[in-house]
Design a protein around this ligand. Structure first.
Ligand code: COA
Length: 356
């Protein structure tokens, strides 16, 4: 009697696959020396405390959507696609309180008709956006999604505030995701996402929303600016990013030594080194570009990925763990394998006219 044939192998699950990447920085370069000419600070203080050497600022009149369009256009070109089903913009600095920035960006990219919405998760926005974009794809709602992380912190940080003005820079980074299989290179894998609203006041812009608008009385100019309790944020960032990275590895059933590159939100070099150390990752697996761009909020992870891709640090098939922490408080991580991007020629562009 012949044995029953073995059941066919289960086909790999539908997954979102990374297929395009680009970054864009606005043209105004601001060095630590530039800042120390107008603030009571120094290059040594800034480098020692944050690892930041320079950052880019938007030009007067330039808004977050302008940066997002530049990064988005280049990411579409990198993916070799002209159409997507959804455009997601992660940002803390939308062009306006209402409407969202994403429909405008989609329209300017010739993607009118695509679903378009913003993600508001401060510096965790890109990871939340990645989970949302991947969810649209795995649910069968979209075949292709353009996700852009873009922020212009120079528009919300008080230029006289020496503690915050030295940290933040402007920029945009974008990825294209397509429907594929979970066993493909580029597959976006397990996620860990979390929040703790009890920490709302540690990072905030107090005025401009419904709380302030429904409260009688004048608004002080300070309430219109970004505020951050640096020391507490520092401690939360280390704890939350480490725990989230560990949770993601557990979900994926991976050990830390199976991670080829750790790409955290580029908050501050000391935070990143401490998190990598706590995870037991060798320093050479930590990807950083904070020295040259500062903290660019929701743009920071795609900009760091684009920078590393330009340097060919990331090779197809390698495991990449991304982790972020931000206001809310929010945090999140994602494990993915690096794809063979069809175009990585100039994914990291600075200024309006170069490499267009
Ligand atoms: N230049 C020179 N001195 C500065 C300064 C600057 N840019 N900013 C603050 N100082 C001073 C303070 O006034 C204070 O002086 P004092 O002791 O006379 O009062 C002193 O430096 C120490 O300030 P403190 O705020 O305690 O410094 P710190 O070591 O905590 O560093 C941060 C400040 C903001 C760099 C640090 O808290 C930090 O990196 N926090 C996390 C920020 C971050 O990454 N946020 C993003 C998360 S998404």
């Amino acid at each position: 009697m012949s044995a029953a044939p073995p059941p066919p192998p289960a086909s790999p699950a539908r997954a979102a696959v990374l297929c395009g990447l680009a970054g864009w920085l606005p043209p105004i370069l601001v060095t630590n020396e530039d800042l120390s000419r107008r603030l009571d600070t120094s290059d040594t203080w800034i480098r020692t405390r944050t690892g930041i050497g320079r950052r880019h600022f938007a030009e007067p009149g330039q808004a977050t959507s302008d940066l997002a369009v530049e990064a988005g256009r280049r990411a579409l070109r990198s993916a070799g696609v002209g159409e997507v089903d959804a455009v997601v913009v992660a940002t803390t600095t939308p062009d306006r309180l209402c409407p969202a920035t994403a429909p405008l960006v989609a329209g300017r990219l010739g993607l009118t008709g695509a679903a378009a919405f913003d993600i508001s998760a401060v510096c965790t926005g890109f990871v939340y956006g990645l989970a949302s974009a991947a969810g649209l794809i795995t649910a069968g709602v979209a075949e292709r999604v353009l996700l852009i992380g873009a922020d212009t912190y120079s528009t919300i940080v008080d230029p006289r505030d020496r503690t915050n003005a030295i940290i933040f820079g402007d920029g945009a980074g974008a990825v294209v995701l397509r429907a594929g299989r979970a066993d493909e290179q580029g597959a976006v894998g397990h996620f860990d996402l979390g929040s703790d609203g009890a920490g709302e006041e540690l990072i905030m812009v107090a005025a401009g929303g419904s709380r302030q608008r429904s409260t009688p009385g004048p608004v002080s100019p300070q309430e219109r600016y970004f505020s951050m309790c640096g020391k507490q944020v520092y401690r939360h960032a280390v704890t939350r990013m480490t725990a989230s990275a560990r949770a993601t590895l557990t979900l994926a059933d991976r050990k830390v030594d199976e991670i080829d590159h750790f790409v955290p939100h580029q908050a501050n070099l000391r935070i990143l080194r401490t998190v990598a150390d706590e995870l037991g990752l060798p320093p050479e697996r930590l990807v950083t570009n904070v020295e040259s761009v500062g903290n660019t909020g929701a743009a920071s992870i795609p900009l760091a990925l684009a920078d590393a891709a330009t340097r060919t640090t990331l090779q197809p098939g390698e495991r990449v763990l991304i982790t972020a922490f931000g206001g809310g408080l929010t945090w999140g991580s994602c494990l993915l394998t690096w794809p063979a991007l069809s175009r990585t020629d100039h994914p990291y562009t600075i200024g309006g006219t170069q490499q267009s």
